[in-house]
Design a protein around this ligand. Structure first.
Ligand code: ATP
Length: 269
């Protein structure tokens, strides 16, 4: 397996939280989902890979090169990160905002966009269906529309690797599926390595080639969804009872009803 990202014995402390001895390989040109309960360290792991948080110990390689060895611009031309949507963006028009994605390719005082930049910005808007909003101010868009603009901004960076932290938040089921298919298209047609934190296990199962499961600051298992997503996995990682149906070429996850209420009652006794 060719690796896009590789971490070995990586440790990070933030406040009282520790990412502990992370050993993981992320395949090149594939879609990978990082899953796991709230607070298990998924976003922190993405922040380390995108150089927002510095590891205290261990090795992290991005496309065969050490994380620290990258110059800032070179790194921004290699890896783009779409942070969680709670992070605000400046209130520019959609087009102005997406043009920011081209800044890693500009010199310090260079502000104009050249024809190549224009073409890439148009491509990023076309693929995300945001052309119709291009002259609107970002803050006037709905949550789902804003999410697509955030993705267009990351795509305009034209990197080999795209990280996304909970990209389907705020989206209704139709737009969640639309977004996953958009990412699949970028993955298939442009060979981009996509790594995303996902809470929706069913989407991880249907669209991702590879899963990384985290729990309490550790990577507890990795592999293809069809192997990873078993009733035992759901019980151990999420403490839920679920049926898995293998009718399609990916697992269908059916959580069983009523169990949370019952387990709470048992604990109270
Ligand atoms: N800057 C910080 N200072 C203190 N604690 C932090 C900081 N950033 C994260 N944490 C803590 O680290 C833990 C892991 O957070 P992280 O955001 O990585 O989890 P997550 O798996 O992405 O969670 P979620 O699914 O809820 O988004 C949490 O308990 C969080 O409160």
């Amino acid at each position: 397996m060719e690796k896009a990202i590789y971490a070995k014995q990586m440790n990070v402390h933030i406040g009282s939280f520790t990412l502990n001895n992370i050993n993981v390989e992320i395949p090149k040109g594939k879609m990978t989902a990082i899953v796991g309960p709230n607070g298990s360290g998924k976003s922190t792991f993405l922040k380390v890979i995108s150089r927002l948080v510095k590891p205290e110990f261990g090795e992290v390689m991005i496309e065969q090169k050490e994380l620290d060895a990258y110059k800032a611009k070179e790194f921004a031309q290699t890896l783009a990160m779409m942070p969680q949507s709670k992070q605000s963006l400046p209130n520019l028009t959609v087009k102005e905002l997406i043009q920011y994605g081209r800044s890693p390719y500009k010199r310090f005082f260079e502000h104009h966009t050249n024809p190549e930049d224009q073409e890439i910005v148009e491509w990023a808007m076309a693929i995300t269906g945001t052309v119709k909003h291009k002259d609107r101010f970002f803050h006037t868009l709905s949550g789902g529309e804003q999410q697509k603009v955030r993705i267009a901004l990351a795509l305009a960076q034209k990197t080999n690797i795209l990280l996304l932290d909970e990209p389907t938040t705020f989206l209704d089921i139709t737009h969640q599926l639309e977004l996953m298919e958009l990412l699949e298209e970028v993955n298939v047609n442009h060979g981009m390595t996509i790594v995303m934190v996902l809470h929706e296990l069913q989407q991880a199962a249907a669209y991702c080639h590879h899963l990384i499961a985290m729990q309490k600051g550790m990577v507890v298992s990795t592999g293809p969804p069809i192997e990873m997503l078993t009733p035992l996995f759901l019980k151990e990682i999420y403490q839920i009872e679920a049926k898995i149906i293998y009718e399609d070429n990916y697992p269908l996850i059916v959580p069983l009803k009523g169990q949370y209420h019952l387990s709470q009652q048992k604990q109270a006794l």
